[in-house]
Design a binder for this molecule. Structure first.
Ligand SMILES: [Zn+2]
Length: 58
């Protein structure tokens, strides 16, 4: 399992995401970046920073 806390790159955001793999995290964070942070569709600009902060969950 992988986990990502949006607050690691967007201070003040309390959203967290969990998925079986990195792709599953990115699918969620792309939508979140657009809907919660006003990034342009499809939000793939967030992939790099998100990847750098994805952690392994037990
Ligand atoms: Zn966020």
């Amino acid at each position: 399992m992988k986990t990502f806390a949006c607050g690691d790159i967007i201070p003040g955001c309390g959203s967290t995401f969990t998925a079986d793999d990195e792709a599953g995290i990115l699918a969620q964070t792309r939508r979140h970046a657009v809907e919660a942070h006003g990034m342009a569709e499809p939000g793939t600009d967030s992939d790099g920073p998100v990847r750098a902060h994805i952690r392994d969950a037990a």
